[in-house]
Design a protein around this ligand. Structure first.
Ligand SMILES: [Zn+2]
Length: 226
């Protein structure tokens, strides 16, 4: 969306333009000034007034202007609130459809587009991860985005996103990888680490005698796939 301000010279860009445009910050969307200025959106956020002033700075020159270091945290925490709002979901939808957040590395997810998610809603706890809506798992993002704080997105974002846009939720993967040797499916016990294999073999022995079935422990760990 274009605003009258977007016609201004890039030399005098705002702090938000500068911050969102920084390499590594591609996951972030532009939070409108009006959203940041609304007191209700800042409720409960501890921040220094000077940090807010810098975030709202319409003319910012990173080579000259002073930065306290708290602006990124303040902007990030406001960002996490914004992306849960109707406008924020729209902005993130555009980025999702463009593939800005990368794709699931799982082969059977077929390059499914991901969404950013935090493992904590508190600042400084962990960096951002990406959530795949096909396998419902999380992954490390591309290396250039992995330093962003996860609280800039929060723990609920992708789930709220698909609640509001259920038509964008993909089908789960139809295929699942099955480990095989020469075409034969491996027995479950062969896929366990050595220690748990030994304990399960011991259990198998005792259950075989009590159940009275004819199973003598097979030396083969390979089950034939029918
Ligand atoms: Zn996946």
């Amino acid at each position: 969306m274009s605003s009258p301000q977007s016609n201004e010279s890039k030399v005098n860009s705002s702090w938000i333009d500068w911050f969102v445009g920084m390499k590594g910050n591609e996951f972030l969307c532009r939070v409108p000034i009006a959203f940041i200025e609304s007191k209700s959106n800042l409720k409960g956020l501890k921040h220094k007034p000077e940090a807010l002033q810098i975030v709202l700075d319409p003319i910012f020159d990173s080579s000259l202007d002073w930065v306290s270091g708290y602006e990124a945290e303040l902007y990030g925490m406001i960002h996490a609130r914004y992306i849960l709002s109707a406008h924020g979901v729209d902005d993130m939808r555009l980025k999702f459809e463009r593939g800005d957040f990368g794709r699931c590395p799982r082969f059977y997810c077929d390059r499914q587009r991901t969404l950013p998610v935090g493992l904590s809603d508190k600042w400084g706890q962990s960096t951002v991860k990406v959530y795949c809506p096909r396998c419902n798992d999380i992954f490390k993002p591309r290396s250039r985005n992995e330093m962003l704080d996860g609280a800039m997105f929060g723990t609920s974002f992708p789930h709220m996103f698909f609640m509001q846009l259920p038509m964008l939720r993909p089908q789960p993967p139809v295929e699942k990888y099955v480990p095989r040797i020469h075409g034969f499916r491996l027995h479950e016990s062969a896929l366990k680490p050595l220690e748990s294999r030994e304990s399960s073999t011991a259990n198998m022995g005792s259950s075989a005698t009590s159940s009275g079935t004819s199973s003598s422990p097979s030396p083969s760990r390979i089950d034939q796939d029918v």
